[in-house]
Design a binder for this molecule. Structure first.
Ligand code: FES
Length: 580
């Protein structure tokens, strides 16, 4: 791919606000000068929005104000004018009903913050799960030059000498308490060991996955994803990115130049190699939808098939992001994939160079963390897309997080109509369930929950856990935390709340899964399935106003990225009429 720089200097869009001696320009500059900015900041240099998802209620991003200062230093050094702008921060750990319901709202807010204000490019300061895709989606829809800087992962957690992975050990400890193998007091003591520094989840959960996806897509500088939040090199990365965005504006290097179909295919293959989160499926589909790239679930299955998972990180493996960084980080993985002929080496990155140029010198410093292919965690990494009468539009499973003996299974359905039904029934010793059953959870999709909560890895019944069983087949239209594990089939589409076949599964039905054959089958006749679907009616209690109504009315299925239908597409960044 060749990239031709635009002629420079040229008039930038920010000059519509700040350039000239008219009343409107004096108005815009005058207000800005109340912050003490000297006049030459408005002389036609690139104005860079430092879009900051800092929030004390997004603890994973709570250190981003410090990083923003480093970004600004870099922007100034390169001759730009940085302006820090707070944007919607969809916190994974505390937003209810689920942060995912607000990803699209955040993306919409970011898009309009970029389009409606005087900026020529943006640094996307992100970290926590939904913050990365939401800002990428918004930036993609404006197509203004943009670069991702993530906040970086937390340092390793340790409890009594053992590594504690964000999320992963929360699930493990919680199940151990239910099984009577861990005391409630020990669980409380472990809490303090889980998050011992600033930063995002330290496992290969969704935050680390999306940081890796941003880098694999070419939207972040090489090496960005794995640098720990508190490492001095994280600050350097922020400063270098600040310098780089100014050059990107001068070169008019836009998201649409970088976010091409080959870039998405590179990211999908990378996701297989790192054992990345199933959430990446939904987010990449949504980002692709913003730039008009025709990416589908079938692309996920095709590109991810037979990619060896070589990054030995929890939840699939043993280590954490800190060790991934010391081992060389994502550039080592990208170099391996390039050398194996699995990536488009000439895919453009924010540096202006192709991805191969960025990673060709990478060195693996720890082959226990970044494994050779013959010692891979699995040769069939990636995300498998299952189809059948239970999921005509597809469902996904992460085989590397599943139990091999359950990847082909036939079992009796134990059905929960929604999350409240599940919570009410799962602990009941009278529940007719054993480890051969298939747990089915309905009405937790994009519309049903609403927002598609991460409840797909529903905990096992205590009576099964007490037998020492740690995994069962679970099927739902929900998502799963990237830090979770198990034989968990997710994103079943169409979802139950829109009348997908999941809605009509009943207790006692037999369900067959065959991951190798990519099959998910409800073993009832076509006539029976049709009769049940004809009887189906939508669940009650739909919201009648507010954002929840907007979300439920316009959200699309998980199989296309769960974006709001009117937000798909690139609308560019035309400068609107001045209001004064
Ligand atoms: Fe924020 Fe995991 S909860 S990164």
């Amino acid at each position: 791919m060749s990239f031709k720089p635009a002629s420079w200097p040229r008039k930038l869009r920010s000059q519509e606000w700040f350039g000239g001696t008219g009343r409107d320009q004096i108005y815009h500059r005058g207000w800005m000068k109340n912050q003490g900015f000297p006049h030459d900041m408005f002389d036609g240099r690139p104005v860079i929005g430092v879009l900051n998802t800092w929030s004390e209620l997004t603890p994973c991003n709570a250190h981003l104000r410090d990083l923003a200062e480093r970004v600004k230093n870099g922007v100034y050094e390169a001759g730009g004018f940085p302006v820090e702008v707070p944007v919607f921060s969809a916190a994974e750990s505390s937003f209810r009903p689920t942060a995912m319901m607000f990803r699209n709202l955040a993306a919409m807010a970011v898009e309009e913050a970029m389009r409606g204000q005087p900026m020529d490019g943006a640094v996307l300061l992100v970290g926590c799960d939904k913050t990365t895709p939401s800002l990428l989606m918004g930036a993609a829809s404006t197509d203004l030059p943009s670069i991702v800087v993530t906040g970086g992962p937390m340092l390793n957690g340790y409890f009594r000498g053992e590594r504690v992975g964000s999320g992963t050990h929360l699930w493990k400890f919680s199940e151990a308490v239910k099984a009577g193998e861990m005391s409630a007091d020990d669980f409380l003591e472990a809490e303090a060991s889980m998050s011992r520094s600033p930063g995002s989840c330290n496992t290969m959960g969704t935050a680390s996955t999306m940081a890796s996806m941003a880098e694999a897509l070419g939207m972040a500088l090489s090496g960005n994803a794995a640098i720990p939040a508190v490492d001095s090199r994280r600050r350097m990365m922020a400063q270098l990115s600040g310098r780089r965005i100014v050059e990107m504006v001068k070169d008019d290097l836009k998201p649409s130049d970088i976010l091409t179909k080959p870039a998405f295919e590179n990211a999908i293959r990378t996701n297989g190699a790192i054992g990345g989160s199933t959430n990446a499926v939904i987010h990449l589909l949504a980002i692709a939808g913003r730039v008009g790239v025709d990416l589908t679930l079938d692309d996920w299955d095709r590109c991810g098939r037979d990619i060896a998972t070589i990054v030995n990180l929890m939840p699939s493996g043993a280590y954490l992001m800190e060790e991934f960084f010391y081992a060389g980080g994502l550039p080592v993985v990208l170099k391996h994939l390039c050398e194996a002929g699995l990536l488009y080496k000439d895919a453009l990155t924010v540096s202006g160079a192709p991805i191969w140029d960025e990673v060709r010198e990478a060195v693996n410093h720890n082959p226990d963390v970044i494994l050779p292919v013959d010692r891979a965690l699995t040769q069939q990494g990636g995300i498998a897309v299952l189809k059948g009468n239970l999921a005509p539009n597809g469902a996904v499973i992460k085989p590397s997080a599943a139990s091999p003996h359950l990847l082909k299974h036939r079992g009796r359905a134990v059905v929960f109509d929604d999350i409240d039904h599940y919570k009410a029934r799962i602990g009941d010793d009278a529940l007719d369930v054993d480890e051969t059953c298939v747990l089915v959870l309905k009405n937790c999709g994009p519309r049903g929950y609403p927002g598609m909560a991460e409840v797909g890895n529903m905990g096992l019944p205590p009576k099964v856990l007490k037998k020492g069983v740690t995994d069962m087949v679970r099927i739902s239209d929900a998502r799963m935390s990237g830090t979770a594990y198990g034989t968990v089939i997710l994103h079943t589409s169409p979802e139950a709340a829109t009348g997908g076949p999941l809605a009509v599964v009943r207790d006692g039905d037999m369900i067959e899964i065959d991951v190798e054959a990519r099959r998910l089958h409800l073993d009832i006749s076509e006539a029976e399935l049709a009769a049940r679907l004809a009887e189906w009616s939508p669940p009650p209690d739909q919201p009648e106003s507010g954002y929840a109504w907007l979300h439920q009315t316009y959200v699309q299925g998980a199989d296309t990225g769960a974006d709001l239908d009117f937000l798909r597409g690139c609308r560019g960044a035309p400068v609107g009429r001045d209001s004064h």
